[in-house]
Design a protein around this ligand. Structure first.
Ligand SMILES: Cc1cc2nc3c(=O)[nH]c(=O)nc-3n(C[C@H](O)[C@H](O)[C@H](O)COP(=O)(O)OP(=O)(O)OC[C@H]3O[C@@H](n4cnc5c(N)ncnc54)[C@H](O)[C@@H]3O)c2cc1C
Length: 380
């Protein structure tokens, strides 16, 4: 926790204490009642429904490969032969979160070129948001992609607001990278607010309880003071868990199947065209009819553009049968669950440099064990 956060927590607990003392609507801790801060903002509930977490509830296990780039996402324009190639790839564990922002930055580069007939290579979250952003600016766009949902990395993500998670190496953070990251982050954050309430709640706000560990934003050198809703320290009588103190923050969850479906439909409805096609070399790409190419190939860019900075960081997820009554996220140092429409999603592992996409039973069992250790001790 940094100094600003620490002061905020102290400030909040202090205010809350005063409010209770004078009966002015401070923190209430009556059983099952909503806990609110002195400003009337919800801090969640003292009691929460217990998730059912067991091996026989697992309906699907997946392993996705995060396209991690040591210096952060590649965003630049190159000239190759007669064509312009704008790169937008390498978002690591932050691709969903930063997608609209980096799409906007890539679209600005496209505008500078003056071209309006565009080939977007890649049909993951980065390709789709880039294509939609270009359409909104009047471009005619065709997406070319080897894989679509449910086979690309984007289909295999957890889907939460985590704009600094596994984004780059700490020692490679420069003032320029911070500027680009902040611009992308702010733009994406705003864009997601416009998607609330659409398409079977593909974007939702939920409470996130963090037990004994750092949250994604704390864990990295990239911070966003003032943009996200504040985090609160909850003391023992203000949450249902065994631990003395936990952190509560609000976070967004992206219901990935309905979200990707929505983006694809919007793209087609607005005149976009889609071709399933694999490119084995840059030369094959350069043969396309469109004069400008936006490269959104994620990990595919490693081979296509010889990018040595790009490495996979694998992540295994286990999906339990959907539990609609669980409407909060829980994170522990050894695993988390996230409430999605298509299942209660368990995850938390990250193996650097691994290309292996075979799920391992013991990984799922370890996460189940870690979460059960918390859930079984929740206040009834
Ligand atoms: C387990 C896990 C959890 C995650 N959780 C989150 C999260 O909670 N929040 C978050 O923000 N991010 C998360 N991420 C990260 C996020 O999923 C990625 O950053 C994002 O999906 C990358 O999107 P992309 O479009 O660049 O890549 P991809 O989804 O891999 O798409 C690349 C596209 O390019 C195409 N392509 C590649 N090479 C070629 C070629 N040679 N020819 C033609 N087409 C090609 C592919 O077929 C595909 O269509 C998670 C990732 C994983 C694995």
């Amino acid at each position: 926790m940094n100094e600003i956060d620490r002061r905020r927590f102290i400030q909040h607990s202090g205010l809350a204490g005063l409010g209770m003392l004078f009966g002015l609507g401070g923190l209430s801790c009556a059983p099952n009642k909503e806990i609110v801060d002195p400003n009337g903002h919800s801090l969640g509930y003292r009691k929460l429904p217990k998730a059912k977490i067991a091996p026989d509830l697992v309906i699907k296990e997946t392993v996705g490969l995060r396209p991690y780039r040591l210096s952060g996402a590649c965003l630049k324009a190159d000239k190759l032969d007669e064509k312009t190639i704008v790169h937008n790839y390498g978002h690591g564990g932050s691709g969903f979160s930063l997608s609209w922002g980096t799409a906007m930055i890539a679209a600005n580069m496209v505008r500078e070129s003056g071209y309006t007939e565009i080939a977007v290579i890649g049909g993951g979250i980065i390709g789709l948001t880039t294509a939609r952003t270009l359409q909104n600016r009047g471009c005619k766009v065709r997406i070319y992609a080897k894989e679509l949902f449910p086979n690309h990395t984007s289909s295999l993500a957890t889907g939460t607001w985590s704009p600094a998670h596994l984004f780059c190496e700490e020692e490679r953070i420069t003032p320029q990278l911070i500027n680009v990251w902040e611009e992308a982050c702010r733009y994406s954050f705003r864009s997601y607010q416009n998607l609330l309430g659409l398409n079977n709640d593909m974007v939702q706000w939920v409470n996130h309880y963090v037990i004994g560990g750092k949250t994604h934003i704390e864990a990295s050198g990239l911070h966003l003071d003032g943009l996200l809703p504040e985090r609160f320290l909850l003391s023992k009588n203000k949450h249902p868990f065994r631990e003395k103190q936990i952190v509560l923050e609000k976070t967004m969850v992206f219901n990935i199947p309905s979200y990707l479906d929505y983006l694809t439909r919007e793209f087609i409805d607005r005149g976009g065209e889609l071709s399933v096609q694999e490119f084995h070399s840059v030369h094959e790409m350069l043969a396309l009819k469109e004069p400008l190419i936006v490269n959104c190939t994620g990990l595919g860019a490693k081979k296509l553009f010889n990018d040595d900075e790009l490495i996979p960081i694998s992540g295994q997820l286990a999906f339990l049968v959907p539990q609609p009554e669980i409407n909060f996220r829980l994170s522990t140092p050894n695993g988390y669950f996230i409430p999605r429409r298509d299942g209660l999603v368990l995850g938390g592992n990250a193996i650097r440099g691994s290309w292996n996409t075979e799920p391992k039973k013991e990984v799922t069992l370890n996460i189940i064990k870690a979460l059960n250790d918390i859930v079984q001790h929740m206040r009834a």
